[in-house]
Design a protein around this ligand. Sequence first.
Ligand code: ATP
Ligand code: MG
Length: 232
Amino acid sequence: MKEDVIVQIRDIKKYYGKEPLIVKALDGITLDIQKGTFTAIVGASGSGKSTLLHLIGGLDQPTSGTIRVAGRDLSMLNRDQAAIYRRRNVGVVYQNYNLISMLNVYENIVFPVEIDGNTVDQEFIEEITKLLGLHDKLERNVNQLSGGQKQRVAIARALAIKPVLLLCDEPTGNLDSRTSQDVIGLLKASSMKLDQTIIMITHNEEIAQMADRTIRIEDGKIVTRKWGEPCL
Ligand SMILES: Nc1ncnc2c1ncn2[C@@H]1O[C@H](COP(=O)(O)OP(=O)(O)OP(=O)(O)O)[C@@H](O)[C@H]1O
Ligand SMILES: [Mg+2]
């Protein structure tokens, strides 16, 4: 594997159900992603975007094919190892936020840091919550937040562990255009500072334009790439 490739995907398939009702959510994806880059994934609803992101995040296993992240084959990890891999390396902003409703904003943000037994970098948390406009809402229960506010908490939580890999599923779907641009700016700044790799699903053309590279998925397959370059 080349030194600067952080995610190496080889012919992955993810099928649900059985013939004749089989759903081929992913049907042969091969892709390399370079360390420190920002990749946008675009495609119609149901094309397989979230499925792909979840597989890269080690949240699910492919039906066949391999995924290596930083040289490690994710299929070789058992359940516990996969959980540790995710906690230490991957920040995920889920399409439906996945916040813990019993906890307040601050507790949600630092949860992945504390569960791994690490000390919270208060200065860093203060910096990201300020930039995300959450600093005056830290004590609020997440149930009392708007969709856009929840989305920003999910982003702060993903950043809190300073992940190697930042996987974002429509992180600006509920944000206005100005806030979206600010959030993307923050993610880009963070990725530059911490040498993070960002993979982001978006339906927003303007945001896709801000990425180093755009990958389009249709019916579980990659169809085009920016600048017509090969994926490898
Ligand atoms: N757990 C599951 N069981 C069966 N089918 C599934 C499951 N999860 C996803 N699918 C199917 O796999 C396909 C891809 O789903 P996926 O969620 O990856 O789409 P998506 O591109 O993220 O769409 P959207 O833009 O609407 O979020 C869809 O046809 C979906 O119905
Ligand atoms: Mg999706």
